[in-house]
Design a protein around this ligand. Structure first.
Ligand code: ADP
Length: 464
């Protein structure tokens, strides 16, 4: 409606201009030409009267009587007081009477005057001039023209303009209605799709037709819904996986408590064993919930401001914490870390990344194996590698290990106390800090995880 209304308003303005301006302009031109012609006629009469020192009915009739005045409707000559001495009109001849037409009065005051107007389908034009003898006003000339022909031409032009305007208006109205309806229809389609998606129908898409801005908007909307659908299905998958993960230890806890409760004669040693299992399951639950919370925090997009963290002390702490585990599994820890390397992250994040990767490398290793952690600063990045010569990851699983709850060997991961969330936390953290993580199998067996993070060298950091 608004688009149509603006079309129509514009159209009306154009039509009003088209119907008034040319008509007014032609009327003006007609007035000008008429005034000039009438003044010409008055001057001709004036010339005929020149030389007379006084005007009388006789000498005026003698001088003007034979002149051709067919091109004007009426010519009057008066004495200086407005008394008519000569009148070309036969019916209603004013000879002997006083006339006071505005133009004539002006002429008798010594000025030339003209007037032209369009009234009731005709042009009424008049002009008047004083008759002078030695700069004395001895009379006045008044000429008048009534023209219907030119007026009717103008009228025809006006009618033609109106017909054209009506035609154009009808055409533009029809076209504007057609286009507005089309626009409204396409907007309506888009709106239906938007409403559908708002109500949760993520499979709804906007129809793409044509190659205009509407199609572009519809295309972008569809892409947006694609992303939304992906996110939504990832969310559902995540919730279902998380519930599943939580269900397993909970079921185990229930089973164990039921066994204790139902078996009144259970010896205390078995009961302690069961209770210790319950404790382990509870610990697993708390690990899962901690990891879930970490991921939720990462997902929420709230980014703590990155500081400059020195890698070496954080790595030392991680190694200290993991050494007993490594010793227990007879895994050797080799560290090579250039000192003074800084990365742009928080200390907690760096600790999380190093700890998870190193812990995995120990967990999925074999007896007598090794874990090598290297930190190499480059020009603008720091490369942290964690490699082991453990069991490795089958090639087809390599790109999936960063997915949430993905485990190559479920039983082994569970037995080792894994939640399946460690690597996705690492990868989310790294990418949030503008870094990249890659996993590759080594020829001699084992895996190498390589993290590249934006780095700052100590000298530069001090300058900052
Ligand atoms: P989990 O808690 O199970 O360790 P992660 O997300 O840390 O979960 O790792 C996902 C899976 O990737 C693990 O279950 C394991 O199968 C595999 N994986 C991770 N690191 C290694 C590694 N260094 N060597 C072999 N397999 C690994």
């Amino acid at each position: 409606m608004k688009i149509s209304a603006s079309y129509i308003a514009t159209l009306l303005v154009v039509m009003v201009l088209m119907n008034t301006y040319p008509l007014l302009e032609s009327q003006n031109l007609a007035f000008q030409s008429k005034s000039a012609a009438l003044l010409g006629s008055a001057s001709a009469i004036n010339t005929a009267l020149s030389g007379l020192d006084e005007l009388t009915e006789e000498n005026v009739a003698q001088a003007v009587g034979n002149m051709d005045t067919r091109n004007i409707s009426r010519a009057i000559v008066t004495d200086p007081y407005g008394k008519v001495l000569f009148d070309t009109r036969e019916a209603g001849n004013a000879s002997g009477r006083y006339v006071f037409y505005n133009e004539l009065v002006e002429a008798l005051r010594g000025n030339q005057a003209m007037y032209s107007a369009y009234k009731e389908g005709a042009f009424h034009s008049s002009a008047a001039q004083p008759v002078l003898f030695r700069n004395q006003i001895i009379g006045g000339i008044y000429v008048y023209e009534y023209d219907k022909q030119q007026a009717s031409m103008l009228e025809n032009m006006g009618n033609t303009l109106i017909t054209i305007s009506v035609g154009i208006t009808a055409l533009v109205l029809m076209l504007s209605m057609f286009f507005s309806r089309q626009i409204a229809q396409r907007l309506g389609n888009l709106q239906t799709a938007i409403r559908g998606v708002r109500e949760g129908a993520y499979n709804q898409r906007a129809v793409l037709a044509g190659h205009d801005e509407f199609t572009q908007i519809a295309g972008e909307f569809n892409e947006l819904v694609d992303r939304l659908q992906e996110t939504e299905s990832a969310r559902r998958q995540f919730v279902s996986d998380a519930s599943h993960e939580l269900k397993t230890p909970l079921a185990a806890i229930r089973l164990l408590t039921d066994s204790i409760l139902q078996n009144a004669n259970m010896d205390s040693e078995t009961a302690r064993e069961f209770l210790s299992d319950i404790g382990n399951e509870a610990e697993r639950l708390s690990r899962i919930t901690e990891d879930l919370l970490r991921l939720t925090r990462l997902d929420s997009g709230v980014v703590e401001e990155a500081g400059l963290v020195e890698v070496e002390p954080v790595l030392d702490r991680v190694v200290r914490m993991l050494r007993p585990v490594a010793d227990e599994k007879d895994v050797e820890l080799r560290i090579s870390c250039g000192c003074g390397v800084l990365v742009a992250a928080t200390e907690g994040e760096l600790h999380q990344v190093l700890y998870n990767l190193a812990e995995n490398a120990i967990k999925y290793n074999r007896r007598g194996g090794y874990v090598h952690i290297g930190v190499d600063p480059d020009e603008e990045t720091t490369r942290i590698t964690v490699e082991d010569n453990g069991i490795g990851i089958p090639e087809e699983d390599l790109r999936n290990v960063f997915k949430r709850f993905y485990r190559v060997d479920k039983a082994r991961s569970r037995a080792a106390g894994g939640t399946g969330l460690g690597l996705s936390i690492v990868s989310d953290t790294v990418s949030r800090r503008g870094g990249v993580i890659r996993a590759e199998n080594l020829e001699e067996g084992g895996v190498r995880f390589a993290v590249t993070l934006p780095c700052v060298k100590r000298e530069e950091a001090e300058e900052l």
